[in-house]
Write a protein that binds this ligand. Structure first.
Ligand code: ADE
Ligand code: ZN
Length: 335
């Protein structure tokens, strides 16, 4: 890869918007389907890849949930997680906060014990082998009722020490943040950190509601804030982190082409944005691929890349001593 990519690799970075089930590579998907004798409408990994041509968020989600159906036992969850953490090591992602979707698995009869032990073993192993820092964001599926989110919060209780944050994902349009106000309040009282997807496909009002009704500290995507000047001013003033996912935005047609992506304007406006990969194999690349595309198609400079890395560390929920160390390495003051 290019010198620019090598430079970005050398910057300590945090990835804050990554769905672990969305790291399932087509080859692994096909292998697991064969191993568990699960019928899929594909006969090869190449055919799976050809299906990754999305019209919108929902058309992606249909494939994503189908893909997740091959994850059955603890080993599957372990391998999925360990492979992504190896990728972090190789891309200079020194800290990652990964989303997972319990309801996708519990609805299929797979218990918390199964996936949590796979995730935790992989995270512990990566920590032991190369000091990888990571934590988990448990997401509620917003197309499901509030009651199901409450049941999920309850089922997570025995695993609470392994989960740092709560998130909200799946189909955004028609499922405004307010639907989850009560379950977020309960999660906040239990001590979870709070984030939510908003303003990716949904309107700017969803960002306002995520902040005011769900009390989130960080907004996932948030790119549509640019349609509301007062909201932009508020986000700048409050330094609200926005976890932006450029390749995802283009593949899900939030913006037609990468040249239309507003990340540079967002930085220029003083918004606290970071770059993230969302569901990398589905959207055409991991974190460095996102930076590479921004450099090639939008002329992202080294200095802007360094600022994005600084923002990622500042916006993370890492411990304060590590935050200071990474910011020192990036030549940035701890706020
Ligand atoms: N679940 C997994 N990936 C997602 C995305 N990009 N947006 C919303 N929900 C998701
Ligand atoms: Zn996402």
């Amino acid at each position: 890869m290019s010198e620019f990519v090598d430079y970005v690799r050398s910057l300590p970075k945090a990835e804050l918007h990554l769905h672990i089930e969305g790291t399932l590579e087509p080859a692994m998907l096909m292998n697991l389907a064969e191993q568990h004798q699960i019928d899929l409408p594909y006969s090869s990994a190449a055919e799976v890849e050809r299906a990754y041509d999305f019209e919108d968020l929902q058309s992606f989600l249909d494939l994503y949930y189908l893909g997740a159906s091959v994850l059955i036992d603890t080993d599957d969850f372990y391998s999925l997680m360990f492979r992504y953490l190896e990728r972090c090591r190789d891309e200079g992602i020194v800290h990652t906060e990964m989303m997972f979707d319990p309801q996708t698995h519990t609805e299929r009869g797979i218990s918390f014990q199964v996936f949590m032990s796979g995730f935790s073993q992989a995270m512990d192993e990566a920590k032991r082998q190369w000091g990888q820092s990571s934590s988990l964001i448990m997401c509620f599926l917003r197309h499901l009722p509030e009651e199901s989110a409450f049941e999920t919060l309850k089922a997570a209780e025995p695993f609470k020490s392994q989960i740092l944050s709560i998130g909200l994902d799946s189909a955004e349009l028609g499922h405004p943040p307010g639907k989850f106000e009560r379950v977020y309040a309960a999660a906040g009282e239990q001590g979870y950190r709070l984030v939510a997807h908003a303003g990716g496909e949904g309107p700017p009002a969803y960002i306002v509601d995520a902040l005011d009704q769900l009390k989130v500290e960080r907004v996932d995507h948030g790119v549509r804030c640019l349609e509301d000047e007062a909201l932009v001013e508020r986000l700048v003033r409050e330094k609200t982190p926005l976890t932006v996912c450029p390749l995802s935005n283009v593949r899900l047609r939030v913006f037609e082409n990468m040249v239309d992506h507003p990340i540079r304007q967002m930085l220029e406006r003083g918004l606290n944005v970071s770059v993230n990969s969302d569901d990398p194999p589905y959207f055409g690349g991991y974190l460095l691929d996102n930076f590479d595309a921004l450099h090639r198609e939008l002329g992202l400079t080294r200095e802007a890349a360094r600022l994005l890395a600084v923002n990622s560390i500042r916006s993370s929920f890492i411990d304060e001593a590590s935050r200071k160390d990474w910011l020192d390495q990036l030549g940035a003051p701890t706020p």
